[in-house]
Design a protein around this ligand. Sequence first.
Ligand SMILES: CC(C)(COP(=O)(O)OP(=O)(O)OC[C@H]1O[C@@H](n2cnc3c(N)ncnc32)[C@H](O)[C@@H]1OP(=O)(O)O)[C@@H](O)C(=O)NCCC(=O)NCCS
Length: 171
Amino acid sequence: MSKTKTPSESLTTMTEMIFPNDTNTLGNLMGGNLMRLMDVVGAICAQKHSNRIVVTASVDNVSFKEPIPLGSVVTLQAKVTRAFSSSMEVVIDVWAENIPAQERVSTNKAFFTFVAVDQTGRPIDVPQTITETEEEKELFDGALRRRQLRLVLAGRMKPAEAVELRSLFEV
Ligand SMILES: CC(C)(COP(=O)(O)OP(=O)(O)OC[C@H]1O[C@@H](n2cnc3c(N)ncnc32)[C@H](O)[C@@H]1OP(=O)(O)O)[C@@H](O)C(=O)NCCC(=O)NCCS
């Protein structure tokens, strides 16, 4: 297994059309259905990075900026921002497109964390991330802060240990 990988090596794009079964009573895509698609594209991306089975460990805040109407074409793009030991932070961007009207809007962005596991479900190390662009470097740098925040919120890290977040917890 290679010890490092770039985000572009696991970049994953998924395109779906929104059908009546996917929508709520207003005729827009149901939030839960969108989250399922985000989970799937993120897991594929994390699998490509690690070449392992992955499980979803956490989902950061997901905001629904714009409704996605029936008939829209939704594009989801997932990219590894940073790998730690067994976990990988993946950023997922979502756009909705009305192809006949030639309109495309950004509708969602969220950070998911996936953990690579062996056949028995035990966490296993993954390749580290090497960034290639300025945007990837910014995401890489911010990933440590976001990791500490989510681990504190999950009760897996003491706030005092979250050195990247000191300014949020100390006055
Ligand atoms: C995620 C899981 C594998 C972690 O296993 P664990 O025995 O707690 O292992 P560890 O404490 O060693 O943590 C392993 C990694 O998971 C990360 N992790 C654990 N909980 C996390 C959380 N809530 N948010 C983000 N990362 C988390 C740890 O930071 C660690 O990352 P690192 O190896 O890169 O440092 C385990 O909790 C699990 O299997 N959860 C269920 C996953 C699942 O079924 N998902 C689908 C839900 S429907």
